[in-house]
Design a protein around this ligand. Structure first.
Ligand SMILES: C[S@@+](CC[C@H](N)C(=O)[O-])C[C@H]1O[C@@H](n2cnc3c(N)ncnc32)[C@H](O)[C@@H]1O
Length: 324
């Protein structure tokens, strides 16, 4: 088994280097240094390290059959039609734990553990009770079919789930309706920037695995910040733009293991932890905790780690005296 894992890793690395040779834009892009990246992130942050230019977005084409909130009268700075088309094509599989969203289902307990511990500490809630988020208003931005919104509601939060794709929202509503506790979730087909226009605010704003699919990550973070009450919390998870993420999150996950449809992720759209910290800081959100997710191929389980070289999650708080 260990031999197979090593073989797989070697194969991934070989394929990755071949693909890297072919893709000029990737070859020229900045690679995040791996050893102790959080320390590097902090050092660079205080050294005012400039973030690299936002990745160039390819010309977009309209989503195939997915209705979005793409109304010309609405601000849509975060929408990337090509990305939404990918999610529209697999929207029916949201609750199939063996389907294209298998990695998100598998990561869910681990990311919920991070959210539970950081939010409970921040809002002085008891993490050991069954409904620790009682009294908290949380928005799940880019909620998809609701696989995170539902457990948040079960933990007692008053949850709003938003997604740019109507198909996702319909599936999320249908599934949440099966349980009286989750049927209270307010699902809406909209974007973060549209909610800002409505002057909505929340105790906690959560956007997991969304920022790598938006058109303008910095503007997206500004919207997340505007939705967060001063002193409130923001949680974001995404994928690091590192060599390892190219080998594992793209080559292995999409091309070798077929966990995700090919083309799900664009490596150049990933952000390094340093970049995310800086973008958030510019949006008045200070990152207080960060953790990595690592996959154990022997158990098939994910766990929290200080290795943020591939998948990582950040918890930040909005400065208390700032109101957008
Ligand atoms: C990888 S999925 C993550 C789903 C969910 N957050 C989770 O982790 O279980 C990304 C989701 O973000 C949505 N999305 C992409 N861009 C968006 C935007 N600008 N505003 C709202 N939702 C968006 C997609 O439709 C998709 O459902």
């Amino acid at each position: 088994m260990i031999f197979l894992t090593q073989l797989l890793l070697l194969k991934s690395m070989a394929m990755a280097s071949k693909l890297l040779m072919r893709v000029g834009s990737i070859r020229d892009a900045k690679i995040a240094p791996n050893p102790n990246p959080l320390l590097n992130a902090t050092r660079r942050l205080f050294a005012h390290h400039p973030i690299s230019a936002p990745p160039h977005s390819p010309p977009s084409s309209p989503p195939d059959n997915g209705k979005t909130t793409h109304d010309k009268s609405q601000p849509t700075s975060s929408l990337k039609d090509l990305e939404l088309a990918k999610f529209s094509a697999i929207a029916d599989s949201w609750w199939d734990s063996e389907g294209p969203f298998k990695p998100l289902h598998a990561m869910n307990p681990t990311r919920l553990a991070f959210i539970r511990s950081t939010l409970c500490r921040h809002f002085r809630k008891d993490p050991h009770v069954s409904r620790p988020f009682e009294g908290l208003k949380i928005v799940d931005v880019g909620c998809g079919g609701g696989i995170l919104s539902e457990p948040l509601a079960r933990m007692g939060a008053t949850v709003t789930g938003i997604d740019a794709l109507e198909k996702n929202i319909n599936i999320a509503r249908l599934h949440a309706g099966l349980d009286p506790v989750t049927s209270t979730i307010d699902y809406r087909c909209t974007t973060a920037e549209s909610l800002v226009k409505e002057q909505k605010m929340f105790d906690a704003v959560i956007a997991l695995e969304v920022i790598e699919h938006v058109a303008d990550p910095a503007e997206f973070c500004k919207s997340l910040s505007a939705l967060t009450h001063p002193g409130g919390a923001t949680v974001i998870s995404t994928i690091n733009r590192s060599m390892r993420s190219y080998a594992t999150a793209i080559v292995a996950a999409e091309y070798l293991l077929h966990w995700l449809p090919k083309g799900t992720h664009q490596w150049s759209s990933f952000l390094t932890p340093e970049e995310l910290v800086l973008i958030l800081q510019r949006a008045f959100i200070n990152v207080k905790e960060m953790a990595g997710f690592v996959y154990n191929p022997l158990t098939g389980r994910w766990s929290l780690s200080d290795d943020i070289s591939v998948n990582f999650i950040a918890f930040g708080t909005k400065v208390a005296n700032r109101d957008h």
